[in-house]
Write a protein that binds this ligand. Structure first.
Ligand code: BG6
Length: 297
C-alpha cells in the first residue's frame, strides 16, 4: 500500500518512517535511543519491539498471514469489541482486521516516541451505539499501549470486551513460569470454561493452556530462565488476564502458526473479557493500558 502524503508528513527523520510491510501492508518503523519497534496500520498491530542488546520482546509466527481480512499471528493483536468466538462473526472482534488511521506521531523531550491511531468507521461498528476508539503506543525503554473507547451516543450504554493479546517471545516454554495470579479464579477454556482457582505462585505450561483469570488487576511477570530475563506486565483498567499456549494439537490445527512454534511463545493478555466485560454509559470513556518492561533474571 503506497504511503500517502499525509503519512509522509508525520514521519520523524531518523526516528519514525513508513515502509512497505509484509503483504504490501503499511508498516511504521520506530527507532529510539533504547529500542526499535514496528507497527502495522492493519489492526494497529505492534509486531515488533526489541531493546538494544536484548532478544525481541514479542513473538511473531513465521507463518502469519499479512492480508486484508486476516489477523496477524503474533505481536499484539488488539481485541475489540468482543473476545473469543461469536456466531457468524470473526473471532476476537473486528478491530484487529481493520486498517487503522494514523493521527499523530510525537516525540517527547526524553526521546520516547508515541503513536496515536484511531479505528475507522465500518459497517460492523455501525451496528453498535456510536463510539470511537483510539490506540496510543509509546516506544522507549518500555513498550506501552493504551486503548481508549468513548461511548459517543446520547443515551445508550455500550457493552464490549477488550484485550491486548500480547504474544511474548520466550527461550523455551519449559523454562518459563508466570507469576502474579495466585489465588485468582479463572475459567479454563480447555475444560469448557470450568471455574477454578489458581493455587500456584509460579504457573508452568506443559500442555494446552487457555485460561481467563478474572477480577485481577495485579501486575504479572514472565520468568524466563533460558533467556535469563523477566518480563514485567503492568496494567491499568484491566480486570482480566488471559494465559494461552496452544501446545501440540492446537498448533497443528492453526494454518498460520508453525507446529513447533509453541515452544517459543506465551500469551499473557490484559483486558476485560467474559464476566469482566465493560458496560460504558453514554458519554463516558474507558482506558485499558499495559506497560511492558524487561529485567535481568
Ligand atoms: C486466546 C484465546 O486469547 O486467543 C484462545 O483464549 C484462542 O482460545 C487464542 O485460541 C487465539 O485466537 P485466534 O482467533 O487469534 O486464533
Amino acid at each position: 500500500m503506497a504511503t500517502t502524503q499525509w503519512q509522509k508528513k508525520l514521519e520523524i527523520p531518523g526516528r519514525v518512517f513508513f515502509t512497505e510491510g509484509n503483504g504490501d501492508l503499511s508498516k511504521l518503523k520506530i527507532n529510539t535511543a533504547w529500542s526499535e519497534a514496528e507497527v502495522y496500520l492493519h489492526g494497529a498491530h505492534v509486531t515488533h519491539f526489541q531493546k538494544k542488546n536484548e532478544p525481541p520482546l514479542l513473538f511473531m509466527s513465521q507463518f502469519s498471514r499479512f492480508q486484508d481480512g486476516s489477523p496477524i499471528r503474533g505481536g499484539i493483536p488488539l481485541i475489540f469489541p468482543w473476545f473469543g468466538s461469536r456466531e457468524g462473526q470473526p473471532a476476537h472482534g473486528f478491530a484487529r482486521t481493520q486498517e487503522w488511521e494514523l493521527r499523530e506521531i510525537a516525540q517527547s523531550p526524553d526521546g520516547q516516541v508515541a503513536l496515536r491511531l484511531s479505528l475507522p468507521d465500518s459497517p460492523q461498528a455501525a451496528l453498535l451505539p456510536k463510539f470511537t476508539v483510539e490506540y496510543c503506543v509509546t516506544i522507549g525503554q518500555t513498550l506501552a499501549a493504551e486503548l481508549i473507547v468513548t461511548n459517543e451516543s446520547k443515551d445508550q450504554d455500550l457493552t464490549f470486551e477488550n484485550c491486548l493479546h500480547t504474544y511474548f517471545q520466550v527461550g523455551d516454554i519449559s523454562a518459563v513460569s508466570v507469576t502474579g495470579l495466585k489465588g485468582v479464579d479463572y475459567l479454563d477454556q480447555t475444560e469448557n470454561f470450568a471455574r477454578k482457582t489458581e493455587r500456584l505462585d509460579h504457573i508452568k505450561v506443559s500442555s494446552e493452556t487457555d485460561r481467563i483469570y478474572l477480577d485481577t488487576t495485579a501486575a504479572t511477570e514472565i520468568h524466563d530462565s533460558k533467556l535469563q530475563r523477566r518480563i514485567h506486565i503492568e496494567t491499568a483498567g484491566s480486570r482480566s488476564t488471559v494465559v494461552w499456549n496452544p501446545w501440540v494439537n492446537k498448533s497443528q490445527q492453526m494454518p498460520d502458526f508453525g507446529n513447533e512454534e509453541f515452544h517459543q511463545m506465551i500469551c499473557v493478555e490484559s483486558g476485560n473479557v467474559a464476566e469482566n466485560k465493560i458496560t460504558l454509559p453514554a458519554g463516558k470513556k474507558s482506558s485499558l493500558k499495559i506497560v511492558l518492561s524487561t529485567l535481568a533474571l
